[in-house]
Design a protein around this ligand. Structure first.
Ligand code: PEP
Ligand code: MN
Length: 373
């Protein structure tokens, strides 16, 4: 049995078949012409993008300009497509052009692997971080409270292989009535104790006005999660030559976090360590949700070293070791953890800081697994 609608059917009159082939041939030709026109349009749009970014612009989306273009094509539309169909097709073209511009823009980011393919390895005193270096251990109390507290902690961290001593002198506290840190006295204590034990000293800077004094005492400036979006502060630490540990903001996307790092690099400071410290989610059983996919993805997208702060991510001691092991397994270049001689009486974060015995067990457990490359 033959089907009259089947173009390949023997019953199909020969003339029809030839006409169909001819029409299809014309459609194919128009497709190629459209492709050629689209490519030419893409090149023009790229040129516009280059002009815009040479004037310092990074935003390519211009709704007014799109509306003007749509109005023009709708006015010229003589069918058979409806104005709505034509608008939808052109919107797709606009969107693809915009994507092209944004990809081009991201390729230019200093933090990007597309810009620099090899891993950045930072040398901070005798500590090396990133690339194929062994993972570093950054540890110390949440806040600097006294010389004794810092000294005992530094001795232990150093004994167990940690080269970087942390401790906050300026503390970002939820309540303005909470302990705010020892300020310059704390910076001096941190410096003195780190020197005594041959360690690098890392501490948080919260205010543009303090960058100079913090850089005077610290080897690494920490930008806390709450300040990741503080663009003035990012610019300020971009202008100093001290390495910066940049925590991920409480609800920052990976892209926003990378752009925050870009602020620092574009200021001329290439010594940035990215620090994943958990993000806010609906989950309540942990203080934050540790996003290990960010560790793997940022290492893929960027050449910068990435460390994981398990303390602020978990907010509970029982998860610190498994999370740190997992972080190393996905390629983290270091682990950040808080340790205090008497966590119960600590001035901040007493729920989550390890005591000395807990810290010994933590480090012993960590040595069981090495960083995957
Ligand atoms: C800290 O490291 O003490 C701290 C306040 O961390 P975060 O900015 O990640 O909350
Ligand atoms: Mn803390």
């Amino acid at each position: 049995m033959t089907d009259a609608r089947d173009p390949n059917s023997a019953a199909q009159p020969q003339g029809h078949l030839g006409q169909l082939d001819d029409l299809r041939e014309q459609v194919d030709q128009i497709n190629l012409q459209l492709l050629d026109l689209l490519s030419r349009r893409g090149e023009l749009v790229a040129e516009i993008g280059r002009l815009k970014s040479s004037e310092g612009g990074t935003k390519f989306y211009d709704p007014k300009r799109e509306e003007d273009q749509l109005r023009l094509v709708r006015q010229a539309n003589r069918g058979p497509f409806t104005d709505a169909a034509i608008s939808a097709m052109f919107k797709e073209i606009f969107k693809a052009s915009l994507d092209l511009e944004e990809t081009r823009e991201q390729r230019k980011l200093l933090v990007s692997r597309k810009q620099k393919s090899e891993d950045t390895v930072l040398t901070i005193g005798d500590v090396r971080i990133g690339g194929s270096e062994a993972p570093v251990l950054i540890a110390g109390p949440c806040a600097i409270e006294s010389e004794g507290q810092m000294d005992q902690t530094a001795a232990l961290v150093k004994e167990l292989g940690g080269g970087i001593l942390r401790g906050g002198a300026y503390k970002p506290r939820t309540s303005p009535y909470g302990f705010q840190g020892m300020g310059v006295d704390g910076l001096q204590l941190g410096r003195k104790v780190a020197d005594r034990h041959g360690m690098q000293f890392m501490t948080e800077v919260m205010d543009t006005r303090d960058v100079e004094v913090v850089a005077q005492y610290a080897d690494i400036l920490q930008i806390g999660a709450r300040n990741m979006h503080n663009f003035s502060l990012l610019r300020e630490v971009g202008a100093v030559r001290r390495p910066v540990l940049l925590k991920r903001g409480l609800s920052a996307t990976m892209e926003e976090w990378l752009y925050a790092a870009e602020y620092i690099l574009s200021g001329g400071n290439e010594n940035v360590i990215m620090c994943e410290r958990g993000i806010r989610t609906f989950e309540k059983w942990t203080r934050n949700t540790l996003d290990l996919s960010a560790v793997a993805l940022i290492k893929q997208e960027s050449h910068l070293p990435v460390v994981v702060d398990v303390t602020h991510a978990a907010g509970r001691r029982d998860l610190l070791l498994p999370l740190a092991r997992a972080a190393l397994a996905v390629g983290a270049d270091g682990i950040h953890v808080e340790v205090h001689p008497q966590p119960a009486t600590a001035m901040s974060d007493n729920e989550q800081q390890l005591d000395f015995e807990g810290f010994r067990q933590f480090v012993a457990g960590l040595n069981l697994i090495s960083k995957q490359r």
